[in-house]
Design a protein around this ligand. Structure first.
Ligand SMILES: [Zn+2]
Length: 165
């Protein structure tokens, strides 16, 4: 009859190491508190909960890297349904689809006189304050050329609004 012996204790591979979650997770790219709520411009917008000084980084949008051809396809499909998309070209060939992203800045509406500017950094989209932004202001960005090619009416309400995007 075999005798049962307790197995020698195996060394814990995770001992003396930071937890994998803490190690592998990128820091939250959101630098300033914001809230997403209905906007007078369009749908949901993102609003500052903290004052932001000019040129400070506000946050980033992370998303799925897709080919620009795929991005156009998805944007057109969303136009036909009621779905909304947030797609941004990071180069001629690649785009970021942030539709499923949890980053609040994906709700940033277009304004012809925006208070943010975005910069593409390593396939991520980072937003910076163009001027001092007060608590409660809606955070807006100039989308630049869109797949709407000027057929969508702009409701940003800014003096000097181009009227379409
Ligand atoms: Zn406008």
């Amino acid at each position: 009859m075999p005798t049962l012996r307790p197995l020698p204790a195996e060394p814990d591979p995770n001992a003396d190491q930071a937890s994998p979650a803490a190690k592998g997770q990128a820091a939250d790219p959101q630098k300033f508190a914001v809230e997403v709520k209905p906007s007078a411009i369009d749908g949901q917008g993102v609003f500052a909960l903290q004052a932001v000084a000019a040129r400070r980084k506000i946050g980033e949008i992370r998303g799925e890297s897709v080919s620009t051809a795929e991005a156009f396809k998805r944007a057109k499909a969303a136009d036909k349904s009621t779905g909304r998309v947030f797609m941004i070209a990071v180069s001629n060939a690649r785009s970021v689809d942030a539709t499923a992203s949890a980053d609040p800045l994906r709700f940033a509406n277009h304004s012809c006189v925006p208070n943010m500017v975005f910069k593409v950094q390593q396939g991520r989209v980072a937003f910076y304050a163009l001027r001092d932004i007060a608590v409660g202001e809606e955070l807006t960005v100039a989308y630049g050329p869109t797949h709407h090619a000027g057929r969508l009416a702009c409701r940003c309400g800014a003096p000097g609004c181009a009227g379409s995007l």
